[in-house]
Write a protein that binds this ligand. Structure first.
Ligand code: ZN
Ligand code: ZN
Ligand code: ZN
Length: 142
């Protein structure tokens, strides 16, 4: 339950009250596998409104407790994370996800900002491929 305590502490530090419902959503989140969908969460909380679950998930994203992963099939998954800004390496065979935080796009962002005069507020980068385990398995079956 260490994860849960850390998350609750973080919410408290940012001045967010832990209501009974929020706590229940959090308990479900930390019991989930490495990545999960919003439907998985809703399924575990049939008596909690969809809007409440989504609002709580959004708050947790803003606090860098939960991150979103765009799977290759277009579905959006969630993942417990405390890393701050980072990206994902997604294996399209087994669905394994690894985080990486050395995103080297700042020069691209500067260039975009200059050429388009946009105020850049964020970016999203996911990388898809096959993990080493899946590549080894494929080698064996050939
Ligand atoms: Zn992540
Ligand atoms: Zn894999
Ligand atoms: Zn980045």
């Amino acid at each position: 339950m260490a994860d849960l305590d850390v998350i609750i502490q973080r919410l408290g530090m940012r001045g967010h009250r832990i209501t009974g419902t929020r706590r229940r959503v959090l308990e479900v989140l930390v019991s989930m596998p490495a990545h999960f969908t919003a439907d998985d969460v809703l399924h575990e909380l049939p008596d909690v409104g969809r809007a409440t679950v989504f609002r709580t998930m959004k708050l947790l994203q803003d606090l860098n407790v939960v991150c979103r992963v765009l799977m290759e099939d277009g579905s959006l998954h969630y993942r417990i994370s405390a890393r701050g800004h980072h990206h994902h390496l997604v294996c399209r065979e087994c669905g394994r996800i690894e985080d990486f935080s050395n995103c080297d796009v700042s020069s691209l962002m500067d260039q975009l900002k200059r050429s388009t005069e946009y105020e850049i507020e964020g970016h999203w980068l996911e990388v898809y491929g096959r993990c080493s385990s899946c590549r080894i398995l494929e080698g064996v079956s050939v």
